[in-house]
Design a protein around this ligand. Structure first.
Ligand code: SAH
Length: 252
C-alpha cells in the first residue's frame, strides 16, 4: 500500500514539476493577466457605455445633461447575467430571466427624461426587473421606491442595488397595481410593464403637479407609451409613441 502510494505520489510530482526559470515567469504572467484583463474589460465597457449614451440616447433627442450623466454613470453590464454582458450596451432589450427583460437603453433614457426628474423628487417605479431603471433614477432624485411582482427578481435587484450602493433605492416585492401607499404621494411614477388600463391606485398616489409614464395595451396589440399628468386634481393623458413591453401581471 505504502509503496504504491509512494510511486503514485512521485509520478504526480514528476508530471507537475516546474523548471526553476519558469517558477519566476509563471507568477509574473499570472500577475499581468490578473491586473490587465478585468481592467481592459472595464475600459471597453466604459467606452461602449459612452457610445450608447452619445449615439442611442443623445443622438435620438434626449438633451437633459443630468439624465445623460446618470446614464453614463450606471454600469448597465452589471445588471445583466455574465453571458449577456457583451451585449449590455447594444441598442435592444435583453433577457433577465423569468421571461422578463431589461428595457432598451433608449427607452430608459426617454422615460427618465420625460418625467423631468428633480433632486427633491420622490419617484415610484413599477417593475423593478434588474434594477437598472431604478439605478438610473437614483442620482437624479431624492428617493426611488420600486415594486416587483416576481420575488426572485425583487430579491436579486435589491442585493445588486445595495452592492452598488444605490442607497436611496427601496425595493419591495408586491403587486405594483396598488402602488406603495405608505410613501405616496409621488412626484413621478414610471411603469415598466404594459398594462391593459392605467391602474387607478397609481393615479391616486400621484402628487398634484406630478407625472406618470406608462405603456398601455395588451401584449398582442400595439402598446403606446402614455404620459399621465395631474393638475389641480384633473387628469390629462397624452400618447407618446408605440412601444413593446412585457405584460403587467397581477397576483392571483
Ligand atoms: N425596469 C426594469 C425592466 C423591467 S421588465 C429594468 O430596468 O430592468 C418589467 C418588470 O415588471 C418585470 O420584472 C415584471 O416581473 C414586472 N411586473 C409585471 N407586472 C408587475 C406588477 N403588477 N407589479 C410589479 N411588477 C410587475
Amino acid at each position: 500500500m505504502l509503496t504504491i502510494h509512494g510511486i503514485l505520489m512521485q509520478r504526480t510530482y514528476a508530471a507537475t514539476v516546474i523548471p526553476p526559470p519558469l517558477l519566476l515567469v509563471v507568477p509574473l504572467i499570472l500577475f499581468a493577466f490578473a491586473g490587465h484583463l478585468p481592467a481592459q474589460g472595464k475600459v471597453e465597457m466604459d467606452q461602449a457605455r459612452e457610445r450608447m449614451v452619445r449615439v442611442q440616447i443623445a443622438g435620438r433627442g434626449v438633451e437633459n445633461r443630468r439624465v445623460l450623466d446618470a446614464l453614463r454613470s450606471v454600469p448597465r453590464h452589471l445588471f445583466v447575467s455574465s453571458d449577456m454582458r457583451r451585449m449590455a450596451y447594444a441598442d435592444q432589450p435583453l433577457p433577465i430571466g423569468h421571461g422578463q427583460t431589461i428595457s432598451q437603453p433608449y427607452i430608459v433614457g426617454y422615460m427618465t427624461d420625460i418625467i423631468n426628474p428633480r433632486k427633491d423628487d420622490v419617484v415610484l417605479e413599477i417593475g423593478t426587473g434588474s434594477g437598472y431603471q431604478a439605478a438610473v433614477l437614483s442620482p437624479l432624485v431624492k428617493e426611488v421606491f420600486t415594486v416587483e411582482i416576481i420575488e426572485e427578481l425583487a430579491a436579486s435587484a435589491k442585493e445588486r442595488l445595495a452592492e452598488l450602493e444605490y442607497d436611496n433605492v427601496h425595493v419591495r416585492h408586491a403587486d405594483g397595481y396598488h402602488g406603495w401607499k405608505e410613501h405616496a404621494p409621488f412626484d413621478a411614477i414610471i411603469v415598466t410593464a404594459a398594462a391593459e388600463h392605467i391602474p387607478p391606485p397609481l393615479v391616486a398616489q400621484l402628487r398634484d403637479g406630478g407625472v406618470m409614464v406608462i405603456p398601455v395595451g395588451s401584449s398582442f396589440r400595439t402598446q403606446y407609451l402614455m404620459l399621465v399628468e395631474k393638475k389641480d386634481g384633473e387628469i390629462s393623458t397624452r400618447t407618446l409613441m408605440p412601444v413593446r413591453f412585457v405584460p403587467f401581471t397581477r397576483k392571483r
